[in-house]
Design a binder for this molecule. Structure first.
Ligand SMILES: CC(C)(COP(=O)(O)OP(=O)(O)OC[C@H]1O[C@@H](n2cnc3c(N)ncnc32)[C@H](O)[C@@H]1OP(=O)(O)O)[C@@H](O)C(=O)NCCC(=O)NCCS
Length: 166
């Protein structure tokens, strides 16, 4: 993965490929966002080693990493595996910047949808994804072995929205 800047939005959040030196910031945000369910550094390493995985970092105007996202490329869709924003930088458009970039990947790569799972108790994330144009397509009962929680599958389809200048 290179470090080339790939988008810059009106609110000055730059989204670029995640690089190894971002991992300390990622782990800090990860622990704050997911608590006991946070991925360990080793789990992140294994995840990033997958060939079909792409990871993004969002930077603020001071070039500090304030958010990240990881997604898996499938033949006809992108699966968003993880996304989080520094608690001090939430509600400032950082998450939206990353989702906008993902949506643009759909136009370029002929993949027609983005899918993800949200824990049914994570209302903030559900509201965020609904605001981003996703719809809840399915309730998935206990999809992950060892975890009690049911999940909501959210889907964004390319043809659900006129991207305009996106
Ligand atoms: C979900 C998350 C990534 C959103 O990132 P963010 O940068 O705060 O989101 P944005 O500022 O881009 O929000 C865009 C819009 O989504 C909606 N939204 C975002 N967070 C919301 C919340 N907590 N409550 C209600 N609406 C929300 C709002 O409409 C918001 O626009 P507004 O602030 O102008 O009202 C962030 O809250 C986060 O990291 N949460 C912890 C980790 C997590 O739950 N990840 C998702 C796992 S599936």
């Amino acid at each position: 993965m290179g470090s080339k800047a790939i988008t810059k939005t009106q609110n000055q959040n730059r989204v670029r490929w995640l690089v190894r030196s971002d991992m300390d910031c990622v782990m800090k945000i990860e622990r704050e966002a997911y608590g006991e369910y946070a991925w360990t550094r080793g789990e992140w390493r294994d995840y990033l080693a997958c060939r079909s995985v792409v990871a993004l970092a969002a930077e603020d105007i001071h070039d500090n990493v304030c958010g990240y996202a990881g997604y898996t490329l499938h033949k006809d869709k992108l699966v968003l595996d993880t996304i989080a924003v520094d608690a001090r930088r939430q509600r400032q458009g950082v998450g939206e910047s990353m989702i906008r970039l993902l949506k643009r990947k759909l136009t370029h790569q002929k993949r027609n949808r983005i899918e993800l799972m949200v824990t049914e108790t994570n209302l903030a994330a559900q509201l965020f994804f609904r605001e981003m144009g996703f719809v809840c397509a399915e309730v998935v009962r206990r999809p992950y072995p060892g975890f009690e929680a049911d999940r909501l599958k959210f889907v964004f389809r390319f043809d659900w929205e006129d991207f305009g200048n996106g």
